[in-house]
Design a protein around this ligand. Structure first.
Ligand code: PHE
Length: 351
């Protein structure tokens, strides 16, 4: 290797060392030390190399000089960049801040799918003339069972099914006690929708949770008949699932309604290619005509007034609506699941 080649590779080694030192300089004085160590006119290591220029063949000096100038320029530029970065950190109160990075979009929250369904249910009944009602989650045996024509030896009142509180009372096992409280507090006409949490001693599995939401409905007035009952719930189903939706009232039993029914819907799904598909019958709620014994227990004259009531689980309805087979996904709050519903659940930008 000729002398000039040796000097050029020496310069490149120095450049690497200098850039490392500059990059790790933690403050302005460390940076100045690095500058003096490499570029200082007298003792700078790059300057010292150039002093050896005299020892090489004059025909090769130009090449070495040019290489030296490139290395100096590179190190000088690195020092200036580092100076700028350190000044920015200082300006930001000591926090490293790269003002050239693109900003980060804040994630926008969205409504939970069960909340979306609750809101849709509420809007439909609101348009049908219902008002919202609510009641406490800690209830008495009387409001949760007895006033609802359910004797305390009924299986639903058993400790196997209901969570009793140590100092008396229980966590409501359905929203039906809101019927009782509303009838006690208001004269008919009554038309309420009562959403809320309910509690049961159920194991947590794909279709059960020990705490879940229900939506209760109650209508009491003079002359309310089975026709009003069926027509109101069929209208709800059409507004919720679409105009082609059929409704079926299957005989059932609840202590507080007579007759009682389980309400099923059959949906008509129109596919993009124009084909139409009918679903199976899907159960959406329990319902019935209010038992006169319940009206009487709540101080309402059952000779004069009649009514109907219904109760549904919005999580179950959300499962049917969105094609979800395991309700536990509603409780896990996995953002990958929740983001599909977007802000307000109405097609916002996923974060
Ligand atoms: N309370 C009943 C339940 O939790 C549902 C229901 C409400 C049935 C109103 C009839 C009338 O299962």
């Amino acid at each position: 290797m000729s002398n000039s080649d040796a000097l050029i590779s020496r310069l490149h080694e120095l450049q690497t060392e200098a850039l490392d030192l500059v990059a790790s300089a933690a403050d302005a004085s460390a940076l100045e030390e690095a500058r003096i160590a490499f570029l200082g006119r007298k003792e700078g290591r790059i300057s010292l190399v150039l002093r050896e220029l005299g020892r090489i063949d004059p025909s090769e000096r130009a090449a070495v000089g040019a290489a030296a100038n490139r290395v100096k320029g590179t190190v000088q530029a690195a020092i200036e960049d580092r100076e700028g970065a350190l000044a920015a950190v200082e300006a930001a109160g000591g926090v490293a801040l790269d003002l050239t990075l693109p900003g980060r979009r804040p994630a926008r929250g969205g409504a939970h799918p069960v909340a979306i369904v609750m809101e849709e249910i509420w809007e439909i009944f609101r348009d049908l003339g219902f008002t919202r009602a609510r009641g406490p989650e800690a209830e008495t045996e009387w409001t949760n069972f007895e006033a609802l024509n359910t004797p305390l030896d009924h299986p639903a009142a058993d400790e196997q099914d209901t969570l009793y509180l140590k100092r008396g009372g229980l966590l409501r096992s359905h929203t039906s006690p809101v019927q009782v409280r509303t009838m006690q507090a208001y004269e008919p006409p009554i038309r309420i929708l009562a959403p809320g949490w309910v509690y049961r001693r159920d194991t947590y599995d794909p279709t059960h949770a020990p705490v879940f939401l229900q939506v209760e409905g109650l209508v009491v007035d003079e002359g309310i008949t089975f026709v009003d009952f069926k027509a109101t719930l069929a209208e709800f189903a059409r507004r919720f699932w679409g105009p082609g939706t059929q409704t079926r009232f299957r005989p059932s039993f609840f202590p507080f309604t007579e007759p009682s029914a389980e309400v099923d819907v059959k949906r008509v799904i129109e596919h993009a290619d124009g084909t139409v598909e009918e679903t199976d019958w899907l159960e959406i709620m329990g319902a019935g005509m209010v038992d006169p014994a319940v009206l009487e227990a709540c101080g309402i004259d059952s000779e004069r007034y009649t009514g109907f009531a219904f109760g549904m689980g919005p999580a179950r309805i959300a499962m049917l609506k969105y094609g979800i087979s395991d309700l536990r996904i509603f409780f896990e709050n996995d953002l990958r699941f929740l983001r599909q519903f977007g802000p307000d659940g109405r097609g916002g930008t996923p974060a």
